[in-house]
Design a protein around this ligand. Structure first.
Ligand code: NAD
Ligand code: DAU
Length: 352
């Protein structure tokens, strides 16, 4: 039995689906079901006894302690977080609440549970904390990609809150001996990605004939990883990662935002052409830049490849095509998760 937090979100949801495809070990899935958590992602597990869903907050120490006591997991995987940079600029409070305080309460509940385990179970137990490359800050053009020893220089409220959570996890290992693993991953994309993020937003806007909003000059660089490759990396770290270590995970796929959006347009021009025969690229609109926008992220994933033999299986070309096709085939999922309130803020902030 493992306990997963945030397993109704984008990466957590893909992880839960993948895990139960790969093996029969049960999952307790604790998720607060914020705007980003969506049980529609997990409908195929509705009658699956291997998946136990619990609606709740990682910051609710009593609830987490009860779940740990009841289900006795051998590992806790923490995906739960507020994850969107723009939202963190708009309202950082929730990010501090969940990403910092929530992680603290989770750590304390896990530490109490872990301390009471038998020697054998205590040695085998793991807390795996899922984090981001954004904690490292921004890279200059041509600078080497982020390795695990790169200094933490978070620039947004989101990345600062994730950096704080990473530090707490590290400290709970060094001070209390809690057997932790931390992963820092680059930008994910793929099925079940909430359409506030660049890739799903642009796919859906392109289909709807709306503008494809590019912040600033569109030359910012992200390193894209197909989500199921990230899930496989996390399983590998859980199985074989060295306690107390951090592992960078990335796709070796540095792309400018403009390149990413143009690729989406090219695929749509081929499989879902506009009625007027023009390219979807005509919908690209350059708008006001994100405040404090990091220019470049890139992950050096050689440690996890060398030590744990993990490497991505999807190229950006294969993954982005699968992703576009998934959104075309899953309009019902999109309809259920889209809310109006946030788009209103985006319109006000960025003038689109
Ligand atoms: P997401 O926003 O899609 O999902 C987050 C999930 O956590 C949602 O289901 C939400 O309901 C749940 N949640 C939020 N607050 C909670 C709380 N207090 N208690 C319990 N559940 C709560 O995020 P995601 O993109 O799937 O990211 C998952 C994790 O991976 C995050 O920790 C994020 O920082 C990290 N990460 C994301 C990316 C990426 O590209 N999306 C890359 C690297 C790391
Ligand atoms: O690097 C990992 C991080 O990737 C994760 O930790 C975060 O949880 C995840 O949200 C993601 O952060 P980004 O800010 O990089 O993702 P987003 O999809 O919001 O933006 C990707 C890039 O595209 C970024 O440079 C901002 C730009 N962008 C984004 C949106 C939503 C635009 O140009 N236009 C847009 O409308």
């Amino acid at each position: 039995m493992i306990l997963v937090t945030g397993g109704a979100g984008f990466i957590g949801g893909n992880f839960v689906l993948d895990w139960l495809k790969e093996n029969d070990e049960k999952i307790v899935n604790l998720d607060k079901l914020t705007y980003a958590g969506n049980l529609d992602t997990l409908t195929r597990l509705q009658d699956d006894p291997r998946h136990i869903f619990v609606k709740g907050d990682i910051g609710d120490r009593g609830l987490v302690s009860d779940l740990l006591g009841k289900y006795r997991p051998r590992a806790v995987l923490n995906f739960a977080a507020e994850s969107h940079v723009d939202r963190s600029i708009h309202g950082p409070g929730e990010f501090i609440q969940t990403n910092v305080l929530g992680t603290f309460h989770l750590l304390e509940a896990v530490r109490a549970y872990w301390s009471g385990l038998s020697d054998v179970d205590r040695a085998a137990f793991r807390l795996l904390h899922v984090s981001t490359d954004e904690v490292y800050g921004t890279l200059k053009p041509g600078a080497p990609a982020f390795s695990e020893s790169h200094p933490y220089e978070p620039n947004s409220p989101y990345s600062a809150s994730k950096a704080a959570s990473d530090h707490l996890v590290r400290a709970w290992h060094h001070t209390y001996g809690l057997p932790v693993l931390t992963t820092n991953c680059s930008n994910n994309y793929g099925p079940y990605h909430f359409p506030e993020k660049l890739i799903p937003l642009c796919i859906l806007n392109a289909l709807a004939g709306k503008s494809l909003p590019i912040y600033g000059d569109g030359q910012q660089i992200r390193d894209w990883l197909y989500v199921t490759d990230h899930c496989a990396a996390i399983r590998r770290v859980l199985d074989a990662g060295a306690v107390g270590e951090t592992y960078n995970i990335g796709g070796w796929n540095e792309k400018t935002n403009l390149e990413v959006v143009r690729t989406i347009c090219t695929i749509l021009d081929e499989i879902r052409p506009r009625a007027d025969g023009k390219s979807h690229e005509m919908q690209i609109t350059f708008i006001q830049d994100r405040p404090g926008h990091d220019r470049r992220y890139a992950i050096d994933a050689s440690k996890i490849q060398r030590e744990l033999s993990w490497k991505p299986t999807e190229t950006f070309e294969s993954g982005i095509r699968k992703t576009v096709e998934w959104y075309l085939a899953n309009a019902g999922w999109v309809k259920n998760v889209t809310s109006g309130a946030y788009r209103e803020w985006v319109e006000k902030q960025y003038g689109i």
